[in-house]
Design a protein around this ligand. Structure first.
Ligand code: CA
Ligand code: CA
Length: 302
């Protein structure tokens, strides 16, 4: 298995990043990811106000997939996320949902052991490994890894976890896939502005669906019997509307059902959830039982 180190990272998804590795469709690779601070925070003495922000939100890559062309779909199976032993969280005055109630910049070391992350010796929670930043090249422009677009990016969707299959619309030859910003845990909303930020080693398989007739414009996740659309927008309302309408389109393409019936189905069994509210573009998702689609349930049309 190819092992891709965290030494080669990008800070923006874009058309001009040379690939650091090339894989064949169907190949499984191991990718190291740095934490979102690029390891600039190592103890509680290191404050986020002192770090170089041009080095924040690295994504390891890009990884080129042989034969990927614009209009194809990249299929990413997240097989395993092995977390580092130490996570970090930072509180920043004026950032996130708590604003000026936070008086000073504070760093907290969050050890990870025995499958749990720890606030001190007594309060701990089961880890929930997930990938915050994941995507392909947007093709025609550069988007910083801390931002979000139809190509993916800083989605901060908890459903991108081990066992998830994520579909991306390829917009550049090779797809140019990259990922970073693993979390040992994160609440929906990411209300403070961070999860439990941690380096990781991710095992994933990259594959292609060639020349589908209809491709969802934004990432779609298949996990635990659910299809999940992830919407974005400058407000949470707009992100929610984006995710809901992506789900409506997906069901319509796959089943041909009437839009009024689909709207009832989504309203009856689709869960609208917040991904994050702390970036300039918000992200929301809709989780829908896969049983609404016929078998085999691919979110694209062949
Ligand atoms: Ca993030
Ligand atoms: Ca993060």
């Amino acid at each position: 298995m190819q092992e891709i180190k965290r030494t080669d990272v990008i800070f923006q998804f874009g058309p001009n990043n040379p690939p650091i590795a090339t894989v064949r469709p169907g190949e499984t690779v191991s990718v190291e990811t740095d934490d979102c601070f690029r390891s600039q925070i190592r103890s509680e003495k290191d404050l986020v106000t002192q770090i170089d922000f041009s080095e924040v939100n690295p994504a390891t890559g890009p990884i080129a997939v042989k034969g990927a062309e614009p209009g194809d779909v990249l299929v990413v199976d997240i097989r395993r996320i092995e977390l580092g032993s130490t996570g970090f969280m930072v509180a920043i005055p004026g950032e996130g949902a708590f604003g000026e109630r936070l008086q000073e910049s504070v760093t907290r070391v969050i050890p990870v052991k025995d499958g749990r992350f720890w606030f001190g010796d007594e309060l701990s929670f089961p880890v929930h490994p997930m990938i915050g930043v994941i995507g392909v090249s947007p093709g025609d422009r550069e988007v910083p890894c801390g931002e979000i677009g139809d190509h993916g990016g800083n989605l901060d969707a908890k459903v991108i976890r081990p066992g998830a299959r994520v579909y991306f619309h390829v917009r550049q030859e090779g797809a140019m896939f990259a990922l970073g910003d693993a979390h040992a845990g994160m609440g929906d909303g990411e209300s403070l502005i961070c999860g439990v930020e941690i380096p990781a080693r991710v095992e994933l398989t990259l594959d292609l669906i060639k020349h589908p007739s209809i491709v969802p414009p934004r990432p779609v996740v298949d996990v635990d019997g659910l299809f999940v659309t992830i919407g974005l927008g400058p407000t949470l309302d707009e992100a929610a509307s984006c995710a809901l309408n992506d789900m409506m389109d997906l069901i319509h393409w796959k089943t041909g059902r009437a839009l009024d019936e689909i709207s009832m189905l989504i309203s009856a069994v689709g869960d609208l959830k917040v991904c994050q509210i702390v970036d300039p573009q918000k992200t929301a998702r809709v989780e829908m039982p896969k049983s609404v689609l016929p078998e085999p349930s691919l979110p694209v049309l062949p």
